[in-house]
Design a protein around this ligand. Structure first.
Ligand code: DOR
Ligand code: ZN
Length: 356
């Protein structure tokens, strides 16, 4: 008997996934989107780019409390733990960061180059000015999460990640080799290579959308604003490098959805916002990608082990089961927020895997 025929499993049980990069926003948007993450994920690393940004331990505690309140109103009964980040500014005090992490008010610190993305104006213009914070973080083994793009006007938007790796990350690594850095939402072959050569001091998070679509999906045959995100989608060979990294069982690559809700009106606009709201169908998307790569067995490492290990956490003790059905999953419903709505990620292909 040829047991390769019909041998692909149609259920898959894994430790409950974590999302190591999530935008939950605040207020009524937070209330509207929290369920999409809480349903499937055990924990998430919450991005601090609110207005005003979450820069202090007190702000992180207050924001976490608002997330807990929103969870209560979400109707989701499984446990979901938000883990907080502090937004690094040029006036951040090193001692405050160390204390916040010691007290459990934050797990990591987020570096936005000023002007790189949504609400990054309070970010870092001159890395020299945050060196004392970074030195203290290296000393206390606190992870630095970076949005790895240069913001110089002369640099083409498609080259901004590669240029950041060359001109900002590499010198920083030489100066502070023991600082552990998450290169967030990597989008290029250069990002993959940097992490592989990072000697255990670099990790890379990868989004579902960068694994599924390239810049043609966004720009050919009409412009699709709901695929616009930062770092921007790249060429197909970069997507292929990301898929190889995610599905290859390498421990320094893990899931960060970068789920980033914006109202439809702010996306479909003369000057549309960057961000893809993918939290609700991330696991269906990933099971599809990993199955296509013949690597379903590596899914759990990517979603549930590697990131936990990097952030020095135990993997979740409960599980999540994915089931492959004969009929595709229907596209997620719009999420209402006030008079507007948030459009969920449409990967453009039928998804047969669903969370049980
Ligand atoms: O596409 C993005 N959206 N990239 C980011 O870096 C930020 C995010 C947001 O907050 O909207
Ligand atoms: Zn983000």
């Amino acid at each position: 008997m040829n047991d390769t025929v019909n041998s692909s499993p149609d259920t898959l049980t894994i430790a409950r996934p974590d999302d190591w990069h999530l935008h939950l926003r605040d207020g009524e948007t937070l209330q509207a989107v929290i369920g999409a993450s809480a349903r499937d994920f055990s924990r998430a690393l919450i991005m601090p780019n609110l207005v005003p940004p979450v820069t202090t331990a007190a702000q992180a505690r207050a924001y976490r409390e608002r997330i807990h309140q929103a969870l209560k109103g979400s109707g989701v009964s499984t446990a979901f733990t938000p883990m907080m980040t502090l937004y690094l500014t040029e006036t951040t005090d090193p001692a405050d960061v160390v204390q916040a992490v010691k007290n459990g008010d934050a797990l990591a610190v987020k570096l936005y180059p000023a002007g790189a993305t949504t609400n990054s104006d309070s970010g870092v213009r001159d890395i020299e000015r945050v060196m004392p914070v970074l030195e203290a973080m290296a000393e206390h083994d606190i992870v630095l999460c970076v949005h790895g793009e240069v913001t110089t006007h002369e640099v083409d938007i498609f080259d901004r990640e590669a240029r950041f790796i060359e001109t900002v990350l590499a010198p920083l690594r030489r100066r502070l080799p023991s600082l552990r850095i998450t290169l967030e939402h990597i989008t290029t072959a250069e990002g993959v290579t940097a992490v592989r050569e990072g000697g255990g001091a670099l990790a890379g998070s990868i989004t579902p959308h960068h694994l599924m679509i390239n810049r043609n999906h966004m720009l050919v045959g009409g412009i699709r604003p709901h695929y616009y995100c930062l770092p921007i989608l790249k060429r197909e060979h970069h997507r292929e490098a990301l898929v190889a990294a995610a599905t290859g069982g390498e421990r320094y690559f893990f899931l960060g959805t970068d789920s980033a809700p914006h109202p439809r009106g702010a996306k479909e606009s003369d000057c549309g916002c960057a961000g893809v709201f993918n939290a609700g169908n991330t696991l269906s998307c990933l099971a599809h990608v990993f199955e296509q790569a013949g690597a379903l067995g590596q899914l759990e490492g990517f979603t549930s082990h590697n990131g936990a290990h990097w952030y020095r956490q135990q993997p979740a003790s409960d599980t999540l089961t994915l089931v492959k059905s004969n009929t595709p999953r229907t596209q997620d419903l719009m999420v209402r927020v006030g008079d507007d709505e948030i459009v969920p990620f449409d990967p453009g292909v039928p998804l047969y895997w669903q969370v049980a």
